[in-house]
Design a protein around this ligand. Structure first.
Ligand SMILES: [Mg+2]
Length: 126
């Protein structure tokens, strides 16, 4: 059973992700700000992280950098979820260590496919 950490400050968005992912059989941990998200990532060591990039305390970019700086978390996939489909946004997320990028509003089916794909290829990553 794969464990997913959702770092998202908007309760409505957390509820959508919770419904989608628990229905698909995943176990969820949730954080409402970047600092708490980093702390949970490092203590719980989830199998995958869904990261909102617009977060209070520290944003998703800085949170991703801190998580990926831990050698134990280097191979754990982070999916960046952003409200701003700005050009350069995906490159910025990837530079911060995110492995994939999804713009809001996302298609639940496509997000689920992305989660499964990244979990399946995690073991192959350097
Ligand atoms: Mg947000």
């Amino acid at each position: 059973m794969s464990r997913i950490l959702v770092i998202e400050d908007t309760e409505d968005n957390r509820r959508i992700l919770r419904d989608l992912l628990t229905h698909a059989g995943f176990t969820l941990t949730e954080a409402g700000d970047g600092e708490r998200g980093v702390a949970l990532a490092l203590s719980e060591k989830p199998d995958l992280i869904l990261m909102d990039m617009q977060l209070p305390v520290i944003d998703g970019y800085e949170a991703a950098r801190r998580i990926k700086a831990d050698p134990a978390m280097r191979r754990t996939p982070i999916i960046a979820v952003t409200s701003y489909a700005l050009s350069g946004d995906e490159a910025k997320a990837r530079a911060a260590g995110c492995d994939a990028y999804v713009a809001k509003p996302f298609s639940p089916r496509q997000l689920l496919a992305k989660v499964k794909e990244l979990l399946a290829t995690k073991a192959e990553r350097p």
